[in-house]
Design a binder for this molecule. Structure first.
Ligand code: E4P
Length: 217
């Protein structure tokens, strides 16, 4: 499973990248706003840092403008994935840009039917939002499972990029179901290392190390 980092915070990406945890990055307008940076500048910096796909989202809502913005974003670096919303215009832009050889990430997906349309429009990635479905008492993980089944039934190659991940459980469940990629904030990725029994076990070992005066160096 590939790990994308869901942020435009360059130092946070760099820290995870050093550990080999970063297969790509996703951004969106809210994350760009949070960074306080210019979209083109910060995206270029991220692309220089990370070898894998870096999703940068269009801001237009009409297909022609989305296509023009997508072409401009692609000039930043070869590893740009143009992110378009799952609207009819977004699907039109997806088809044109993917036919031109662009990687396209279709975002804001909340149903298996939407995912089916994105795959038929040539999307490289489909981004179903787990957390936002859970927020309204729907089952985000069920959507990942449904899209996996639909794509496998017909051999679609669009990668399932499980997004809006808020918990370690979302990551484990996405991996169990067979999502191709997860994208999560740096804090959620770092939290995957935590387990109370690890902390408890280490505390016991440290006490014994102290009592016995065990030294290696
Ligand atoms: C990723 O592509 C999405 O923009 C992101 O995962 C959304 O997450 P949120 O619902 O926590 O804002």
């Amino acid at each position: 499973m590939k790990f994308f980092v869901d942020t435009a915070d360059v130092p946070a990406i760099a820290e995870l990248n050093e550990l080999g945890m970063v297969d790509g990055v996703t951004t969106n307008p809210s994350l760009i706003k949070k960074s306080g940076r210019d979209i083109l500048e910060v995206t270029k910096e991220i692309c220089d840092l990370v070898a894998g796909p870096v999703s940068a989202e269009v801001v237009a809502t009409e297909a022609d403008q989305m296509i023009a913005e997508g072409r401009k974003l692609r000039e930043i670096a070869e590893n740009i994935a143009v992110k378009v919303p799952l609207t009819w215009d977004g699907l039109k832009a997806c088809k044109v840009l993917s036919d031109e050889g662009a990687m396209v990430n279709v975002t804001l997906c909340f149903s298996a039917n939407q995912a089916l349309l994105a795959a038929k429009a040539g999307a490289t990635f489909i981004s179903p939002f787990i957390g936002r479905l859970d927020d309204i008492n729907l089952d985000g993980m069920q959507l990942i499972e449904d899209i996996r089944t639909v794509y496998d039934n017909y051999g679609f190659e669009t990668e399932i990029l499980a997004a809006s991940i808020r918990t370690a459980n979302h990551v484990a469940e996405s991996a169990r179901i067979g999502a191709d990629v997860i994208t999560a904030p740096p804090a959620v990725i770092k939290a995957l290392a935590s387990h109370p029994l690890t902390d408890k076990g280490l505390a016991a070992f440290l006490a014994d190390i102290k009592d016995a005066g065990i030294k290696i160096l």
